[in-house]
Ligand binder design. Structure first.
Ligand code: 5RP
Length: 230
């Protein structure tokens, strides 16, 4: 387990209070948080969690975190999730684990979002990490062309897009929602809010991995501590 990810994940526990409904993010850092949360629950903490992916649901069950369906909660008090990149304005790239649609639904419905990352994820400008875009399989080539235009017209330095494949080579990766992922190598995304808006207007784009104005707190894991940025 990565110590820096662990330091970020453990620091997020300080924000959890008894009785909260938590959004449970996806990815390796979020899973460390979920494991640690399970230990607190075993010690008497009373919270429930809304998972953002099937894998997170499995991980939470294993850790002993009680789950609740998203449609059964009035509100989500706090979401704790990882990210692939974070800029100084707390804009994020997410979706490296292909869970961005459900992650964004839960983040958007949360009173507060805490992002847990290691310091390598902190960047001056988003775009080094290829931007994941979740698309409807029907008409995907047409959607990909519109994605290319949207990225170029909002100032992205490049716009090379590839369809994400399963690691075992068995075909395109299919998300929990039954969609495909286009990974767009942009190199630089100078206007993330404009790019987010342009992508969201494309009918075949189910969701994109730019999270704008959603993160409230970023916790950066270092080798021997965690830095909380609010
Ligand atoms: C999944 C995500 C993850 O939060 C992101 O990829 C970071 O993952 P990790 O904590 O494993 O580095 O967005 O869709």
């Amino acid at each position: 387990m990565s110590v820096v990810k662990e330091n970020a994940a453990l620091a997020a526990l300080d924000f959890v209070e008894d009785g909260m409904v938590l959004g449970l993010g996806s990815g390796s850092t979020a899973e460390i948080f979920i494991d640690a949360l399970g230990e607190r629950i075993a010690g008497g903490l009373k919270v429930s969690g809304v998972p953002t992916s099937k894998r997170t649901a499995e991980c939470a069950i294993e850790a002993g975190v009680p789950l609740v369906e998203p449609d059964k909660v009035d509100r989500i008090n706090l979401t704790v999730d990882g990210a692939d990149e974070v800029d100084p304005a707390f804009n994020l790239i997410k979706g490296g684990g292909a869970c961005l649609l459900r992650e964004k639904i839960i983040a958007q419905a949360s009173d507060r979002m805490i992002v847990i990352v290691d310091s390598l994820k902190m960047v001056e400008m988003l775009g080094r990490f290829p931007l994941p875009i979740e698309v409807e399989p029907f008409g995907m080539a047409l959607t990909a062309e519109q994605v290319f235009d949207a990225l170029k017209s909002t100032g992205c330095e490049e716009a090379q897009t590839v369809l994400r494949q399963m690691k075992d080579g068995s075909g395109p990766l299919v998300t929990d929602g039954g969609n495909y992922i286009l990974d767009s190598r942009c190199r630089k995304i100078p206007n993330p809010a404009d790019t987010a808006l342009a992508l969201s207007q494309i009918p075949g784009v189910m969701e994109h991995g730019l999270f704008i104005d959603l993160a409230d707190v970023v916790i950066v894991g270092e080798a021997d501590h965690a830095r909380v940025i609010e």
